[in-house]
Design a protein around this ligand. Structure first.
Ligand SMILES: [Zn+2]
Length: 307
């Protein structure tokens, strides 16, 4: 049985926004009907969890709405519901990671928030649930090392910045588009990211297709295994690389993304690495196309880890 964590209260009201907030409930509703998937409610992360990763000033801004530019640095209108909803979003990632440590694989029907850095939000991302999760597990003694594989369409700049001072963690971001300092860069050749000793980036050329993506994954996934395989892998299974997505310059269909997910889960299984996945981005309309891609990730998980 694969556990999937989702809270209906994790969707704060943000008005008519590029980000289709309804997708999380739609994915949860469909996943709940799949044999072999059990939907569970996550607990919120705590202030202590946030403080391991984010500054006190930024947390205060999200909690109170002041100062407003900081409280809206993630590009969502602030509301009193934002803070409790984000605690639940991050809580879903933490709960999925704990479940993965126990059972091998689990899902967070939530975003990882890979653009969020220590002092501010960015690109619809408030608190970085990926690094919050790794920090929580490490301080609890549940892991010594952790890794993030980011296959959202966009480069995971917040995660990379947060790993500078966390040599026990590592991240690999394979991306076809960029969003940095709240600006989007459709042509990724205009912005070059500097890799660190524990964070690596692989830009995808425009028009990258399914076979090319799988080949690049085969080449680059082993980088996550050094110096030792991580104690947990957090996987951002983005739906925005889809060719129909308004931000995607790639040539990837839903079946290509399901093959991607399957390859990632097979890699984790082969190396005995527990893996928890998050939904990450997806902006295709109608939203059903995004939901279909996310359901493909569930099918891939059942194919590789279902019993
Ligand atoms: Zn994205």
């Amino acid at each position: 049985m694969i556990e999937a964590f989702h809270s209906p209260a994790s969707a704060a009201p943000i008005g008519n926004h590029t980000m289709p907030m309804e997708k999380f409930q739609l994915v949860a509703d469909r996943a709940a009907k799949i044999s072999g998937i059990r939907l569970l409610l996550p607990a919120p992360v705590t202030r202590e969890d946030l403080l391991r990763v984010h500054s006190e000033d930024y947390i205060h801004a999200i909690e109170t709405g002041n100062p407003r530019p900081l409280a809206e640095s993630q590009k969502f209108p602030w509301s009193p519901q934002l803070y409790p909803s984000v605690l639940l979003t991050n809580g879903a990632v933490l709960a999925a990671a704990r479940s993965a440590l126990a059972h091998g694989i689990a899902a967070a029907v939530a975003s990882g928030f890979h653009h969020a850095s220590s002092q501010h939000g960015e690109g619809y991302c408030t608190f970085n649930g990926l690094v919050i999760t790794l920090e929580n597990l490490r301080s609890a003694g549940a892991i010594r090392t952790g890794a993030v594989l980011d296959l959202d369409l966009h480069y995971g700049n917040g995660t990379a910045s947060l790993l500078h001072h966390r040599p026990w963690a590592r991240a690999l971001s394979i991306y076809g588009n960029d969003y940095c300092n709240n600006l989007s860069y459709r042509d990724i050749s205009t912005l070059h990211h500097t890799d660190g000793p524990n964070h690596y980036s692989v830009p995808l050329p425009a028009k990258t297709d399914g076979p090319q993506l799988l080949e690049l994954l085969q080449q680059n996934l082993p980088r996550l295994l050094h110096p030792t395989p991580p104690d947990i892998l957090l996987y951002q299974a983005g739906a925005d690389p889809l060719r129909d997505d308004p931000y995607s310059p790639l040539d990837l269909g839903a079946a290509d993304l399901e093959a991607r997910d399957r390859l990632v889960f097979e890699f984790a299984r082969r190396h005995s690495i527990p893996v928890a996945w998050t939904l990450a981005g997806g902006y295709t309309r109608p939203v059903k196309k995004v939901v279909d891609v996310h359901l493909g990730t569930f099918r891939a998980a059942l194919a590789t880890h279902g019993s």
